[in-house]
Design a protein around this ligand. Structure first.
Ligand SMILES: [Zn+2]
Length: 84
């Protein structure tokens, strides 16, 4: 199997801010905008469309946690209903 810059072995663990069993949210100091980052699956797939349904669900679940984290850290406005 080929690995890429987003595979777990390539990730700097200090950049992991939040994670669940199937994906991670990464931030680093070179972020263009305050709070920006990446949610990436742990599984390596050729394209995002090759992710399994549970990996999509885990990504969406983590996105909800990331939003709560970013809301508490950066207080962006306006608030959406996603976090309710
Ligand atoms: Zn990969």
């Amino acid at each position: 199997m080929n690995y890429c810059q987003f595979c777990p072995a390539s990730i700097n663990p200090t950049e992991i801010v939040l994670e669940n069993s199937l994906c991670s949210f990464l931030q680093n100091e070179s972020a263009v905008s305050a709070g920006s980052g990446l949610i990436i699956p742990r599984a390596h797939t050729e394209t995002v469309f090759d992710l399994r349904p549970e990996e999509w669900r885990a990504t969406l679940d983590l996105l909800g946690h990331v939003k709560q984290h970013l809301d508490s850290q950066h207080h962006p406005r306006p608030q959406s209903k996603f976090s309710e």
